[in-house]
Write a protein that binds this ligand. Structure first.
Ligand code: URP
Ligand code: ZN
Ligand code: ZN
Length: 466
């Protein structure tokens, strides 16, 4: 029997905050209480520290072929980085190859994680090609294989985009098997027209990425996705919401009583379209879709996560090297060829605690809800994950709210040569990270083992959230 006693900490969940010891037995929380009498193989002193659930990042792209290259973190480097930043579970996107079945993609993604995974992981399935087998595969994936969420793209024509007919039919099938739809909502055709016009004018610098993907295109697609989901009667989760145009659509749908949910991502709180104006080609580091917005949208995002217009904060971690590896350079002469995506899996909790909790924008309880509890409830991982409770997995952070840390590509663990938040000193960081009772980060240093991470077989019927 393996045992750990975390003594004298302050337990923090989405709803509570109290002083208690946490006793872990064989990977699960076995007791919580004041001055617990158990002895344990390891005792962690959490005096002055917070004990909270590990972060759950439900939007990542590890080892993903995209933009003419492959995202730079695999299931090992990405997991080490996630763990060091306090994330103990994530859900990645398996991507269907057109002409092939969904199980081919599932096998591919299982193989990517095999022997490398450090933290626990699940998969959403990206549907690109609705061939006749796919309907039954959706049902089987949800019922038997733990893949209960299906991602669709309304942009990137010729790559990931599907038409409204495909979207609607996948929605109906997902509804029938207790699944959830995840949607990348941007009007791809309008964007493609704007991109073609910008290129024809010779407007090729990174800043034209943002100018050719205006917020209205995100708002329109979000409204369309929500309307289709309402007709199909399926729960829908809008990924990477960036702007008031999209927030308003989600808020209205929720006010109508629709099972509509949304996330934003860390970078949209802290970076803005001004970052595209950085000297030389530096703006390419910030090329992601949807793009960074005018700074005033940031306050709208804070305003949306506070009262539950948006329910989660993820990363959309999709890293491409700037010079090492030279992936962003693919678009040096043409912004439309810059691989879309940015690193962030390591920085989410650090940035959100410092920029959200320390500034009073969100409470510490809401922080836990946004980074762990709601993601777990939305995607069928709760109550095993996403909270500190007896019987739950001991995915725990011993968080030092006074620890100062300067974020930098020189010290981060992500496999890229830049960091969106380079040089920012944050206050609050994990000193120990436990995954199912194994200490995988100690004194801020990674001590986990490749291959220990487990696939999270999720049950249909989420979200367990209003
Ligand atoms: O720019 C992004 N977001 N890259 C990853 C793919 C996606 O759209 O989520
Ligand atoms: Zn997307
Ligand atoms: Zn994404």
């Amino acid at each position: 029997m393996s045992t750990i006693l975390i003594k004298n900490g302050t337990v923090l969940t989405a709803s509570d905050r109290y002083d208690a010891d946490v006793y872990v037995e064989d990977g699960r929380v076995a007791a919580i209480g004041r001055a617990l009498p158990m002895s344990a193989a390891e005792v962690i002193d959490a005096t002055g520290r917070i004990v909270m659930p590990g972060g759950i990042d439900v939007h990542t792209h590890l080892d993903m072929p995209f933009g003419g290259t492959v995202s730079a973190d695999d299931f090992h480097t990405g997991h080490v980085a996630a763990a060091c930043g306090g994330t103990t579970s994530h859900i990645d996107f398996a991507t269907q190859t057109p002409g092939r079945g969904l199980y081919h993609a599932l096998d591919e993604w299982h193989a990517k994680a095999q022997g490398k995974a450090v933290i626990d992981y699940g998969f959403h399935m990206i549907v690109r090609d609705l061939n006749p087998d796919v309907y039954a595969e959706i049902t089987r994936l949800a019922a038997h294989d733990g893949v209960t969420s299906f991602k669709l793209f309304m942009a990137y024509r010729g790559v990931l985009m599907v038409d409204d007919g495909t979207i609607f039919r996948v929605m109906q099938q997902a509804r029938d098997c207790g699944g959830m739809i995840c949607m990348h909502a941007e009007n791809g055709d309008a964007i493609d027209a704007l991109v073609a016009q910008a290129r024809a004018r010779g407007d090729l610098a990174p800043k034209f990425h943002a100018r050719t993907r205006p917020p209205q295109c995100e708002g329109e697609a979000t409204g369309r996705a929500l309307a289709l989901a309402a007709v199909a009667g399926v729960p829908i989760y809008i990924v990477h919401v960036t702007c008031e145009d999209a927030i308003a659509q989600i808020r209205q749908a929720r006010d109508r009583g629709q099972a509509a949910y949304g996330e934003t991502c860390t970078q949209y709180f802290f970076c803005s379209e001004a970052d595209y104006e950085r000297p030389g080609f530096e703006g390419a580091k910030y090329v992601m879709s949807p793009p960074l917005r005018a700074a005033w949208h940031q306050e709208r995002l804070w305003h949306a996560v506070r009262p539950n217009d948006l329910q989660a904060v993820s990363t959309d971690h999709c890293p491409f090297g700037f010079e090492q590896p030279p992936q962003k350079q693919l678009g040096r002469d043409d912004f439309s060829k810059i691989p879309n995506g940015a690193p962030g899996i390591e920085d989410r909790l650090l940035m959100l605690w410092d920029g959200g909790v320390n500034t009073g924008r969100i409470s510490a309880n809401r922080f836990v809800e946004l980074v762990a509890t709601n993601p777990a409830k939305l995607f069928g991982l709760w109550p095993a994950k996403g909270t500190v409770a007896i019987g739950a997995d001991a995915d725990l952070l011993v968080w030092d709210p006074a620890r100062r840390h300067t974020i930098s590509a020189k010290t981060h663990h992500m496999n890229v040569d830049y960091n969106l938040y380079e040089g920012r000193t944050v206050t609050g960081a994990p000193v120990a990270v436990l995954s199912r009772g194994d200490v995988i980060v100690r004194d801020g240093r990674f001590v986990g083992r490749a291959g220990r991470g487990r696939f999270l077989k999720r049950l249909p019927g989420a979200p367990g959230l209003a």
